[in-house]
Write a protein that binds this ligand. Structure first.
Ligand code: AMP
Length: 375
């Protein structure tokens, strides 16, 4: 029976716990927020993500440590690695926390990112305006997620405004990618370097937040899956990775452009809970505890709809054939991820038919985008 420590006690920790309990794993979470979503599946130490005496209580008796969010301070992860095994490796956090070195890693491994340029002064900004033209995107290098810390720059005056707003942060400029679709690849690597990859997931974002994921990707060629697998395999090997890794891509002119990676279980992998032979959460637990990986094949076709801000009528959602509801036990608040609905069907055609009835479960723009891409 392994005792697993988790930095963070949000919904990802909760779902890790739910997946690990059948293996008789026990969980202890560290999070400064009391009454967290993960508290129901393990013990929680309430304390900050920084060094202190609370870490003795947290780490006592643990066999392995993992984390459920990528902004875990790298120093904390490294400090903990001196006490017990930490997976994924803290080095993965370092790359994923800074968009500049993350893109440099992609480039070094032959994985194409969007055009990018570090912005250190106004002459960098002028250079970017010349090289990229409008529009382009300015992002904070650190602490950006779900579209936070991003400015779409359409003109000289936008550029000046974004520069002003971003003062005090390290910034990066990115060329605007006119992508046809967004997708992600969820991968897992075991301690003995075996790898497994889920099918590419097609993702629909609204205001920077994931709203809908579909598997299989609609109208995608087989080469993209193997290209994505090749890319992600390089990252896994380079970082001597253990656990689940997610990499997000844009698809433009049938080519993959890497956007970012997350060294953890990922929202776009939640469909695996009901639509894959082994869920991403179970595979993460298997990987970090040294168990054999489970098969990653999809069973039929799946959709995952994020429930954001409010929870729609539960009876109505559960009447959808093939639906499975996952609520995180969080208080409703605007923009907050409160749960997700997975829908599984025998074929993509059937799934798309079922999704026609789900218009009210997602923003109008997402539904429209889904119809344009899939119908
Ligand atoms: P990120 O936080 O980098 O994942 O960005 C959130 C969302 O913004 C992405 O999922 C895209 O929909 C959009 N986005 C980010 N970067 C770019 C880019 N370089 N070109 C076009 N759209 C982007």
């Amino acid at each position: 029976m392994k005792k697993i420590g988790v930095l963070g006690a949000g919904q990802l920790g909760r779902m890790m716990g739910l997946a690990g309990i059948p293996f008789a794993c026990r969980f202890r979470f560290l999070d400064p927020v009391e009454n967290s979503p993960a508290k129901v599946v393990g013990e929680q130490i309430v304390g900050p993500f920084s060094q202190g005496t609370h870490l003795d209580q947290f780490s006592s008796g643990l066999d392995v440590l993992t984390y459920e969010f990528e902004n875990v301070p790298v120093e904390l992860a490294r400090h903990m690695a001196g006490r017990l095994p930490v997976y994924p490796p803290p080095q993965a956090l370092e790359f994923s926390q800074d968009r500049l070195i993350e893109k440099q890693l992609f480039q070094r491994l032959g994985i194409q990112p969007a055009p990018f340029h570090a912005l250190q002064n106004l002459s960098d900004l002028e250079q970017v305006i010349k090289a990229f033209g409008f529009p382009f995107i300015i992002k904070t290098r650190r602490m950006g997620y779900d579209g936070k810390g991003q400015f779409l720059v359409k003109s000289e005056s936008d550029a000046k405004q974004a520069w002003q707003d971003g003062l005090g942060h390290d910034l990066i400029a990115e060329g605007f990618v006119r992508f046809q679709r967004e997708c992600s690849l969820i991968a897992v690597r075991s301690k003995d370097a075996r790898t497994a990859f889920y099918p590419l997931v097609q993702n629909f974002h609204h205001q920077g937040i994931l709203r809908l994921s579909l598997v299989p990707c609609q109208k995608l060629t087989g080469e993209l899956q193997s290209q994505a697998v090749g890319y992600v395999a390089k990252i896994l090997q380079e970082l001597d990775y253990t656990g689940v890794l997610a990499v997000e891509f844009f698809v433009a002119d049938n080519k993959l452009i890497a956007n970012e990676m997350a060294p953890r279980v990922h929202n776009s992998g939640h469909w695996t809970m009901d639509g894959a032979e082994t869920s991403q959460f179970e595979n993460h637990i298997r990987a970090i505890t040294g168990l054999p990986l489970g098969a990653t094949n999809a069973i039929g076709a799946s959709a995952m709809i994020n429930l954001i801000g409010t929870v729609p009528d539960v009876h109505r959602m559960l009447k959808i054939p093939g639906s499975h509801l996952h609520l995180y036990g969080k208080e409703p608040r605007e923009g907050r991820k409160l749960g997700h609905l997975n829908i599984r069907a025998d074929s993509s055609e059937k799934l798309i038919e079922l999704l026609q009835e789900c218009k009210d479960l997602m923003p109008a723009e997402t539904f429209q985008q889904f119809q344009q891409t899939c119908c």
